[in-house]
Design a protein around this ligand. Sequence first.
Ligand SMILES: [Zn+2]
Length: 528
Amino acid sequence: MINIKYDKIRKFQTTVHILTVQKNKDIVIMPSLGDRTRRQKLQDITHAWFDRNGFKQIAGVNGGFFGGNMILPIGLFYVDSGFLLNRSWTGDAFLELIHKEGKFIIDDVSSLEFMDKHKSANFGVSYSYSLVVDGKIDIRKGDKFKWTKQSHPRTMIGDNDEKYFFAVCEGRKKGEKGLTAIESAMVMAELGCITAINADGGGSSGMKIEGKIMNKTYANRAIADALLIYARPGAEYEIELMSKGQRSKEVIETTVYEKEKETIKKVIIEAGHGGRDPGASGNGLVEKELNLTVALEIERVLADYEVEVSLTRRDDSTISIIERAKISEKINPDLHVSIHHNAAKVTSARGAEIIHAHHDKYDDVLAIDILDRLERIGMPTRRHFTKLNARGTDWYAMIRRIWDNDTDAIITEGGFLTNAEDAKMLADDEWLKREAGCIAAAIVDYLDLQKKEKREDVSITTESAKNMYVVTANVLNARLDKMGKQINKLKKGEIVEKIGEHQDGDWYIIRKENEFIGFVSARFLKEA
Ligand SMILES: [Zn+2]
């Protein structure tokens, strides 16, 4: 009998879903790329060979990191059926989780080193930084990832001699702070992990049990791969629901969270002031005008994403704060962003400031991200803060009222009109567009917005240009695997991109214009 326990615990103001799997000869843990031709939602990712051979999929979590347009995950992906991806451009940021002789090992290996050191492994996949090594919290390579100190939904994978542990935490929601890297390492160490690693997080972070998604934060995003738990043919298993103290699959059916439909997120971009209220002024600049330019540009950038953007004004009209709050209440957005620019009596005061609601601890994730982005393009960071009135609620009327509507809210102050250096930048419309670009990019990350499905020309970076090949055979068959079924045909002269190779090195995995093509024999390709 295979024993599996599912539990929900609260740690660091966050719900953590924990799946504990007793190690047993009837249990198989295996990463899967799904159908390999496209990314799939976690609930749809399966392992064709296991399915065909009578294995039963019990559960799974999301896998490794992937890039915006990538079908396949970043880094090394080895399973004992012989499929291997190794892309050099991953640099040295990723650690590999290797499953060998029934145990997890964390190592830092290239594909060649992997074949030397871990030939007997069942699998090896690049996940990211370590959480627990030899039973101790040890975050190796955490410095390669910019989000480790912030609180987010995360997926953690680990084990000890007796059990495998899969943990997924919520985050980015009211009442769900999310975990930092160190907090997630503490959770895994407390569970008793000897080894644990961090997988992809944010909107990709998901756990499924018997096909049902257990965590609320999973954004139904199509992901590159999953780590799946299978029972061997004929093996019996039971899932114990710890937090309810009951042993029944029916209980799980009724407690799982199922997303009814993919809801489109909503954002309000509010250009501060307007009409009779000019806002701040200095060095010949009027705040209400700058605010509108930035707001319109944010709307333009976000038009490429799956999000509903509303502006409170798109011209020089006068709209009171109460009216703006009412608009926000009616739309009930996921996020309300007020765009402002600053002024001070002291003309030396300069730089960007962000004010966020004091209720919303995790709100400074967005504030810090915007300030970081602005600083990178040349606007110094002054501070981010919350300000309270005598009654202990937010001092800024806009944030206070929006909070009453139960919405995340921030005010951006993109520099001082009264400072000569800031004003010089702000006087340039091109600068205002870049400022808007920073705010828009941070909103995209914060709300996990997906790009609208749109075929665009692939822009080839110099890095990937090295991987471009031209077809030399009159007709070249592309297959699902080296010996797999034919899925595409290429003609002489076609240009394709190599995104990985078979472990034998004689077959390449290729794509064309972002479309996965398949495996082709390297003999009929030459460097473009
Ligand atoms: Zn203002």
